[in-house]
Design a protein around this ligand. Structure first.
Ligand SMILES: Cc1cn([C@H]2C[C@H](O)[C@@H](COP(=O)(O)O)O2)c(=O)[nH]c1=O
Ligand SMILES: [Mg+2]
Length: 208
């Protein structure tokens, strides 16, 4: 019994970190722009520095009405999610974070409602860039609020779902479109390359 209690006490000290894929590990916006220009060179586009909304369609429709089907055709196409380039430093940071004592990292990502390619391709992406072991630590869900964890690192400033007060604290990963948004007190992580993610994780660990 004492042994069991010991194990459970140790388990409670594990920091559970949930990390989003699109816009945090994988460059969704950048890849969309490349494919958009290749597929629809006659249509207007928005430079990454000028992006202002989470959903592409919300901003593109202000340039020209009726672009929605074309926008969807790009990110719903076969291969789009598998071909997303990794964000600089993300994969190395995640592997290192997961090796930190008392830290467990999980990928937490939403597939498209049109899930045909995005779901399988997200797993393929994880396997390719992080390794097959990470398939065991990949959670695909359309509702991140029901997932248990201490931190969720996610570029989407407004994460909504069935649970009003999720277990995790949302740390906003900086993206072009969210850099001017009011985070209402939420912490930011700007990148994976300047090492600041280590301080963030240590801060959360101290609070366990
Ligand atoms: C920008 C943008 C994204 N989506 C989709 C793509 C992904 O399936 C999710 C985002 O997933 P995350 O886990 O929150 O990163 O949203 C979209 O449908 N339309 C868009 O413009
Ligand atoms: Mg995202």
């Amino acid at each position: 019994m004492a042994g069991r209690r010991g194990i459970s006490a140790m388990a409670q000290k594990q920091l559970l970190v949930l990390v989003d894929l699109d816009g945090v590990m994988a460059d969704f916006d950048g890849h969309f722009l490349t494919k958009w220009k290749q597929t629809y060179p006659e249509e207007p586009f928005i430079a990454l520095e000028d992006r202002k909304t989470f959903y592409l369609v919300d901003q593109y429709e202000t340039l020209k009405e009726g672009l929605k089907p074309k926008i969807k055709s790009v990110y719903q196409s076969k291969g789009f999610f598998r071909e997303l380039p990794p964000i600089a430093g993300a994969c190395d940071a995640l592997k290192e974070m997961n090796e930190m004592e008392g830290v467990k990292v999980f990928i937490c990502s939403s597939p498209l409602f049109f899930y045909k390619y995005s779901s399988t391709e997200k797993f393929a992406w994880v396997e390719h860039y992080l390794g097959a072991d990470w398939i065991n630590r990949t959670i695909l869900t359309r509702d991140k609020t029901i997932v248990n964890g201490h931190i969720l690192i996610d570029d989407n400033v407004k994460i909504k779902g069935a649970v009003d007060c999720p277990s995790w604290e949302h740390v906003v990963f900086t993206a072009h479109y969210n850099k001017h948004m009011n985070l209402r007190g939420k912490k930011r992580l700007d990148n994976w390359t300047d090492g600041s993610w280590r301080d963030l994780i240590m801060d959360f660990k101290k609070r366990l």
